[in-house]
Design a binder for this molecule. Structure first.
Ligand code: SAH
Ligand code: SF4
Length: 403
């Protein structure tokens, strides 16, 4: 979401006459887009903000602004803590001091072949560990017509793939007058000429319905890839997290998805070391991962966040060394599983949307979201090509273009 918002902010600034520079000392305006989902992310952004102090004392000081989830409602306190920052504005909001009448959110000016499109802001769920609802506010969906015309415009600029974004895309539309849902939006977007692929994230297991699964199965442009964060494999922990589903209902949901969309690539998010998580409860998570075999797993160690229910009521009592051990255990297991899953693609040909070039090799993603590298001299940015897989690893695939 931050990436999407940064792209659009960049576009707004260019529209206002700014040009990007890689040298901080040359900038007239510096905007930091912050993430505070875990303490580590917050520490990094705070260091960056502090590092800007010196620039503010230079002979040509830039305007400094901070946005993203560090910005809470108490801007006065932020001002006091970081007096060298000129402006704070909330994530997804308009940098109001610059120009009030510009259309926002603006489209990225040179959109990538695969472009993020926010469809719903904020979150109503208040999972006990999560700071997002406090910083991004309540759910607010963009109207279907607005998203459709934006995606049409992106297609005219050569965009081939859109990634629809929301903290919980499954609750898309409930706050709009005619209550469209994500499935409805997918049917509309599937008809847009020029768009070849549609992805969306993140899904919430308690809200993902059969209409959506059916849409994924039916619509040719919707990719067979779902991020479905489970967070933990133990019912007691899930309950205290406030996730609103059980391990069994999650398992059944995965079974329904896999029976209707056999080629689906599933990924998930896990938090280890949630308050009071014991060895047995952790083992249940490991067992679930071994049973369900995800294509990829994003693992995080629990980090208490200000204002959240867990930080207010629960002691962060799993020692850092135990969190680290649990993190490593899952990483090792997942590496093994991903190695096995990816090795099945050896010798197969996959469709790749070429997104860029790194060290002389093109890279892009397959329809199931796998990162694929291949060498080829032709200019291929934004092309959809076939690649025959010659080498696999848990993280990426390599091959040669197949003509
Ligand atoms: N809306 C998404 C997640 C948004 S935050 C969902 O419902 O899953 C992205 C990920 O960060 C989460 O899935 C979770 O695994 C992790 N995360 C969020 N808060 C955290 C915290 N306090 N400590 C550790 N990880 C956290
Ligand atoms: Fe955070 Fe839960 Fe909302 Fe995801 S669904 S953003 S984890 S509160």
């Amino acid at each position: 979401m931050n990436k999407a918002e940064s792209e659009r902010l960049e576009s707004l600034f260019q529209h206002l006459g700014y040009q990007p520079t890689a040298i901080a000392g040359e900038a007239d305006l510096i905007v930091l887009n912050s993430c505070v989902v875990r303490q580590h992310a917050e520490d990094r952004i705070v260091n960056k903000i502090n590092a800007l102090r010196a620039l503010k004392r230079s002979s040509r000081p830039p305007i400094l602004a901070v946005t993203g989830c560090l910005v809470d409602s108490d801007t006065a306190r932020l001002k006091q803590r970081f007096p060298h920052i000129d402006h704070f504005f909330k994530p997804g909001e308009y940098p109001g001091w610059l120009a009030k009448d510009e259309p926002f959110p603006m489209l990225p000016q040179q959109p990538s072949p695969s472009t993020y499109v926010p469809i719903i802001q904020g979150c109503n769920n208040f999972c006990s560990y999560c700071v997002v609802p406090y910083r991004r506010g309540r759910e607010k969906s963009r109207p279907v017509s607005e998203i459709v015309s934006e995606v049409k415009e992106l297609a005219q600029h050569g965009v081939k793939e859109v990634v629809l974004l929301g903290q919980n895309v499954d609750s898309y539309g409930h706050d709009l007058p005619d209550k469209p849902d994500l499935a409805h939006l997918l049917y509309e977007l599937n008809d847009i000429n020029g768009i070849a692929r549609i992805r969306f994230l993140t899904n919430h297991p308690k809200d993902m319905g059969d209409r959506l699964i059916e849409a994924i199965a039916k619509l040719d442009k919707v990719c067979q890839q779902i991020n479905l964060p489970v967070q933990a494999g133990d019912d007691e922990i899930l309950k205290v997290m406030g996730r609103g589903y059980t391990v069994e209902s999650y398992r059944q949901l995965v079974a329904r998805i896999r029976s209707q969309v056999p080629a689906i690539a599933l990924s998930t998010d896990i938090i280890v070391g949630f308050p009071s998580e014991n060895q047995e409860q952790f083992q249940a998570t490991v067992d679930l991962l071994r049973e369900l075999r995800f294509d990829s797993v994003h693992i995080a160690a629990y980090s208490p966040r200000p204002d959240t229910i867990a930080a207010r009521n629960l002691e962060d009592n799993v020692p850092p060394s135990v969190k680290k051990e649990r993190l490593d255990t899952i990483e090792r297991l997942q590496e093994k599983i991903a190695t096995e899953i990816n090795s099945r693609l050896l010798g197969k040909t996959v469709e790749v949307l070429v997104e860029g070039r790194r060290k002389g090799r093109w890279h892009g993603r397959s329809r199931s979201g796998k990162l694929v590298f291949f060498s080829e001299n032709d200019e291929l940015l934004g092309e959809i090509v076939k690649v025959k897989i010659e080498k696999t690893s848990p993280w990426a695939l390599q091959g040669g273009m197949y003509r």
